[in-house]
Design a protein around this ligand. Structure first.
Ligand SMILES: Nc1ncnc2c1ncn2[C@@H]1O[C@H](COP(=O)(O)OP(=O)(O)OP(=O)(O)O)[C@@H](O)[C@H]1O
Length: 294
């Protein structure tokens, strides 16, 4: 069942088409990454999904509720954990007071569990918080009522690498319990590590929606070879060798072809060492979409 359905979603700011005729859907229990460079239109989509902005054309449904219908969306929101790109707080209250207030509005059955993972200084006033502490407070707030759907705008911004890792683990755990996750990012590595599918947006248009594993599989493998006699590109005259480079007896290339053909071509060489790795997702992205992701 689709939890989020986006249909022809379009948002114009004057002459700028921040979102243009977007179509995609997010299934229950998947982690969907919404990837694009700065200014691509990610936040605009998220603001429309949450009902903060009205689409110029097209619409979206969350749990079957049209986002243009305030009343219907309000009901759905009880099941959504929302983390905005720039969480706003009253600076004079403490983190604890803020969470207490939010708890009255929507519940907090998972507050203690979340505070075990994310550790904002609860008894200090929010005005004294660092960016990372504010982000952790916003994360606890967004998830403490145990939502079925998480909608997040660049959730790891401001978190240090260890907290980012804790957050990714947390998302995977939520997904494994059936929670649906939709988040925007401009970091390819993050999408690779945690997402099941990725939608790539640039200049307001959705370029593609891909299963992350398939995207990586199509990107081939990175092969590094150390041979007893130098390997030449001419000797590897088979389909699927991309970016061959060699220095002495070391050669490397990306391989998207058939492994039997590769090993047949290498049969005359004594192989001292071989490494076959996934290529960096940055390279896959550049290969298919011409870069510009960061
Ligand atoms: N309120 C607004 N008024 C006018 N133009 C806007 C407004 N909000 C966004 N835009 C423009 O719409 C486009 C998409 O912006 P948006 O904030 O959705 O991108 P984004 O992908 O979230 O970027 P970032 O990663 O930098 O947050 C940009 O060209 C931006 O300048």
């Amino acid at each position: 069942m689709a939890v989020i359905e986006v249909e022809g979603l379009t948002k114009a700011y004057g002459d700028t088409l921040a979102n243009e005729d977007l179509d995609f859907s997010i299934e229950a229990g998947e982690i969907f990454g919404y990837l694009g460079p700065n200014g691509a239109g990610k936040s605009t989509t998220i603001r429309q999904l949450m009902g903060f902005q009205t689409p110029t054309a097209g619409t979206a449904r969350i749990f079957g509720n049209d986002v243009r219908n305030d009343r219907a969306l309000r009901g759905a929101k009880a099941r959504i954990g929302f983390l905005p790109g720039e969480p706003a707080f009253t600076p004079s209250v403490t983190g604890r007071e803020f969470l207490d207030y939010q708890a009255e509005l929507k519940g907090d059955e998972r507050r203690d569990e979340l505070l075990g993972l994310f550790t904002p200084p609860l008894d200090r006033r929010i005005r004294e918080y660092s960016t990372g502490n504010k982000q952790m407070l916003a994360i606890v707030q967004a998830f403490m009522h145990d939502p079925d759907l998480l909608v997040m705008d660049e959730p790891t911004s401001g978190l240090d690498p260890l907290k980012q890792e804790a957050f990714h683990d947390f998302l995977r755990g939520e997904r494994d319990h059936g929670t649906t996750v939709f988040f925007s990012s401009h970091i390819l590595g993050e999408v690779r590590r945690v997402c099941d599918r990725v939608g790539i947006i640039r200049d307001g248009r959705l370029i593609t929606v891909e299963i992350v594993e398939e995207l990586l599989a199509r990107g081939g493998k990175q092969v590094r070879l150390h041979t007893e006699t130098p390997l030449t590109e001419a000797a590897l005259d088979i389909d699927g060798v991309v970016g061959f480079a060699s220095e002495g007896r070391e050669a490397q290339f990306t391989f998207t072809g058939d492994y039997d053909a590769l090993f047949a071509a290498l049969a005359d060489y004594r192989i001292v060492d071989i490494e076959i790795d996934e290529p960096p997702i940055e390279e896959v992205f550049m290969h298919f979409y011409g870069g510009d992701a960061e």
